[in-house]
Design a protein around this ligand. Structure first.
Ligand code: RFL
Ligand code: PHB
Length: 391
């Protein structure tokens, strides 16, 4: 078998890349180790920057997002028991974010891919990239006990943090940067109306909480918890009681509780791989970097990597120039380090760290006060939150 680009991983990065390449007339095959249902069962990000919205449009997968997604013009910061609005729209000269779940993005991309009749091999086992430092790369995998080989021009490693592509890069050519945080987020999804029209990021003495949403009838809430916590020990009742303790009196009063549809704990990590290209293999999305979710950047970075990779590959196939693919790693990393900084900063500002003393808490509160009172402070948060322009 032969194709132009083998994409490893059918998460949002892999599916988006596949669709954009297809639109540009570049054939591709996606290999995914899990089933389609398993991929759709993972509840993750919920906030899209304009850059991601634009790429979904270009991929022809934006119809339902525009019909059902919720454009948001602001977010709320809760600290010292009070909420303060950050007017993203005004502070950024008219930008906003789109609240639309990663599950829905993935479903829409899967549907357009199926409609276009493109190949996605689900439940592909033992996927392995080979010879990507030569001009003749190939990828092998097993399906139903049968071994397959695909020859290709390029390999796109869109296989997430635990994927095989980064792990296959030569050890002497790869450098990684990492920071692990001493807590996680316990998330709960429920068919209840959101507590507030906009997202609430809460700094409290009991730890961080986030009130997010998927639609006008579906909410997503998160609580900062120690890494030692087990999801089995968190009944729905316990979750709702703890969330109430981290909200202001009005929100506490308005909160509608209900049975959970999903509940899970995600550890928080910052991680970057340099470079993101090894010969004819490129890494994109979580395969190359992780941000803590506080800045809502994970999915958006995956989309912008894909945007750069697609532009570079299109240029290569249409005009024979390798300028775009040669600049890929550097272009991505400039954007990634900005998002890493912002996500680390939001995480440091909003969470309760185990080694913090009273002084450290006062400094966090002073900084939060500065952000909401100062135009410069709130503009800095707003322009990073909606997404910095593509360079
Ligand atoms: P994904 O979504 O992890 O998809 C990678 C795909 O590759 C497959 N795969 C393989 N396929 C074949 N062979 C192999 N050897 C393979 N190894 C892995 C996997 O099964 C999977 O289908 O990466 P992608 O596409 O780069 O997308 C990135 C986003 O998913 C990610 O950045 C965000 O979801 C991060 N993230 C969150 N971001 C937010 O902005 N807000 C959140 O609330 C939020 N919550 C989360 C998250 C990430 C989590 N992870 C990765 C554990 C919660 C969790 C639990
Ligand atoms: C979510 O809705 O899952 C979400 C929203 C904003 C974040 C993180 C997660 O910062």
């Amino acid at each position: 078998m032969r194709t132009s680009v083998v994409i490893v991983g059918a998460g949002p990065a892999g599916l988006l890349l596949g669709q954009l390449l297809h639109k540009a007339g570049i054939d591709n095959i996606i290999l995914e180790q899990r089933s389609g249902d398993y991929v759709l069962g993972r509840i993750r990000a919920g906030v899209l920057e304009q850059v991601s919205v634009d790429l979904l449009e270009e991929a022809g997968a934006a119809e339902r997002m525009h019909a059902e997604g919720l454009p948001h013009d602001g977010i709320e910061l809760l600290f010292g028991g009070k909420r303060h609005r950050i007017n993203l729209h005004e502070l950024t000269g008219g930008k906003r974010v789109m609240v639309y779940g990663q599950t829905e993005v993935t479903r829409d991309l899967m549907e357009v891919r199926a409609k276009a009749g493109l190949t996605t091999v689900y439940e592909a086992q033992k996927v392995q990239p080979h010879d990507f430092e030569t001009d003749a790369p190939r990828v092998t995998y097993e399906k139903d006990g049968v071994q397959h080989t695909i020859e290709c021009d390029f390999i796109a490693g869109c296989d997430g943090f635990h994927g095989i592509c980064r792990a296959s890069a030569p050890k002497d050519k790869i450098k990684t940067f990492e920071k692990v945080y001493p807590f996680g987020w316990l998330g709960l999804l429920s068919d209840t109306p959101p507590v507030s029209e906009e997202l609430i990021y809460a700094h409290t003495e009991r730890g961080f909480a986030l009130c997010s949403q998927r639609s006008q009838t579906r909410s997503r809430y998160y609580l900062q918890v120690p890494l030692t916590e087990k999801v089995e020990d968190w009944s729905d009742e316990r979750f709702w009681e703890e969330l109430k303790l981290r909200l202001d009196p009005e929100a506490r009063e308005r909160l509608v509780t209900g049975p959970s549809l999903e509940k899970s704990i995600a550890p928080l990590r910052s991680f970057v791989t340099e470079p993101m290209r090894f010969g004819r293999m490129f890494l994109a999305g979580d395969a190359a970097h992780i941000v803590p979710p506080t800045g809502a950047k994970g999915l958006n970075l995956a989309a912008s990597d894909v945007g750069y990779l697609y532009t570079g590959l299109k240029q290569y196939y249409q005009s024979g120039s390798s300028e775009g693919i040669d600049a890929y790693s550097e272009r991505c990393l400039r954007r990634i380090w900005n998002a890493e900084r912002f996500s680390w900063w939001m995480t440091s500002l909003m969470h309760k760290f185990p080694d913090m003393n009273d002084f450290d808490v006062k400094v966090q509160e002073a900084e939060l006060g500065y952000i909401v009172r100062s135009q410069a402070g709130s503009t800095s948060l707003a322009e990073n939150y909606v997404g910095l322009p593509l360079l």
